[in-house]
Design a protein around this ligand. Structure first.
Ligand SMILES: *Cc1c(COP(=O)(O)O)cnc(C)c1O
Length: 224
């Protein structure tokens, strides 16, 4: 399938999920996750009208960025080693995987201007997943006050791998609740207006539960 066809399907699904909850499709930012695909396929996504791209590894990020540059907004969505921050920090528009103090410190040291960051939360508590535990998030966000280059624009999570829709929905609801708690702190460096949640298998549920940024790879740019 062409990216254009996949995109048309996804836009229909976004529209439907928005209708269920009376949301406006314009408030949902689609991020095409290009980590599995070639530069050419990523370029096809740009030609289809996609404006935001996501990569989860520094090498893949650099490869795509070199080819596509400012034709897209760039999201780093994977685990980020502190020593690699300097390799992407001047190219990236959003980091979705802020999950520790040492990473915040390095971003703060290397960035030239405030960076839009999502704090990654491991809502489900699965040991295979990165991110803070839900009860750690509030203290963590408050501890970022000392880093003027960190702007906490939202929270990010990955739902567990399961066919049980209720488990997925509960996960997204918990992130939404946590967002409300952070917003109530009224921190100028942490407006926390965004929720980055929802991938190919669960983005409809994520939108129903308040996602503002959905990260879609296989069903959008996948080649099959
Ligand atoms: C790979 C990845 C995605 C996209 O996954 P798909 O299931 O292919 O849509 C989204 N978010 C993160 C953090 C990823 O690593």
């Amino acid at each position: 399938m062409s990216v254009q066809n996949n995109l048309a399907n996804i836009q229909k699904n976004i529209q439907k999920a928005c209708e269920v909850t009376n949301r406006n499709a314009e408030d949902i930012q689609l991020i095409a996750v290009t980590k599995y695909v070639t530069v050419e396929r990523a370029q096809e996504a740009i030609e289809a009208g996609i404006q935001h791209l996501g990569e989860n590894r520094v090498e893949g990020f650099q490869e795509k960025y070199t080819a596509i540059d400012d034709q897209a907004k760039w999201h780093f969505i994977g685990t980020l080693q502190s020593r690699k921050v300097k390799e992407i920090i001047h190219q990236v528009d959003y980091i979705h995987s802020l999950d520790r103090k040492s990473l915040a410190k390095e971003i703060n040291k290397r960035a030239e201007h405030p960076i839009s960051c999502f704090v990654q939360v491991n809502v489900s508590g699965e040991s295979s997943k990165h991110g803070l535990k839900t009860d750690e998030v509030s203290d963590f966000v408050q501890s970022l006050k000392e880093y003027p280059k960190i702007n906490v624009v939202g929270l990010m999570t990955m739902a567990p791998h399961t066919d049980d829709e209720n488990v997925i929905r509960n996960c997204f609801q918990s992130l939404k609740q946590l967002q409300t708690e952070i917003q109530q702190l009224s921190l100028d460096y942490a407006p926390c207006n965004y929720l980055s949640m929802g991938m190919s298998n669960d983005y409809r549920i994520a939108i129903e539960e308040g996602a503002t940024h959905i990260r879609i790879g296989s069903s959008l740019v996948g080649e099959e």
